[in-house]
Design a protein around this ligand. Sequence first.
Ligand code: NI
Length: 258
Amino acid sequence: MIFETHAHYDDEAYDKDRDSLIRLLKEEGIAPIINVGASITSTKSTVKLAHDHSHVYAAAGVHPSEVEELEDKDIEWLRELAGDPKVIAIGEIGLDYHYDEPDREIQKIWFEKQLRLAKDIKLPIIVHTRDAAADTYEILRREEYRGIQGIIHCFSYSPEEADKYVKLGYHIGIGGVVTFKNGRKLQEIAKNIPLEKIVVETDCPYLAPEPYRGRRNSSAYLTYIIERIASLRNVSYEEIEKATYENAVALFGVRADG
Ligand code: NI
């Protein structure tokens, strides 16, 4: 089985075939699937999807680009929602200085409020961080957030940065970029970091791997990502499939058979 740690099947790209596609994925050996919320609205649809499909689980949280809409009562709403057994992570949360909106200070405030929530309720986190390596690391390494586990999703920083997050205890989410010609940094990371810190993800509908780059992504294409990691590390496909599956099971506490 392949453990998909990051998908957005609530996206309108799947409006025509969402439920049949998700069912088919299980038959193809892709399970569990974590669908990741990125706003209040998408967190609601994520939890609904998790209730509709036994092999889909939910990450509840608000992406840095969407935090301007938040009020403190929303954090309480997330806390209640996290009591649902199908909610297994807080995410995606973090900092995005690429689009750089809203203001960085506002992004930091809501990243930290969601971090404190994750720590309180002892759920792992899924971190979105783009062009914000230094600030993300500076926050995650603070004493008050030690002990939180999680994934630095769609890792886009240098191998040196990857080592720092791994030393903090975080897993590195490796997706389609590892198959790209210009994905050299991520290839170096996939080759060299400890195997027990690697999980696989698509971030679908975005970032489809080669040979599907530019098209609608699907968790079925995780096979191309696993294949690439295996060839970079010079080990078998099966070894990477099994290791990344067990890494995610250890992190999130769920497996394909419930
Ligand atoms: Ni995402």
